[in-house]
Design a protein. Sequence first.
Length: 52
Amino acid sequence: MNLEKLKNKLGSYLLKEATDLYNNCENLSDKVLVLNLIIEIVNNMDQLNHVI
């Protein structure tokens, strides 16, 4: 498995887990926290692109 495939699998897994967490949140403040987490995941994946 090359690094690009590994990065994509990791990103997909993290986003899926964060999306599931978001869907299970009952109140708005928790949803905002999870949305911030999703933004951090996406930003960090973008940073990882510069490393690879």
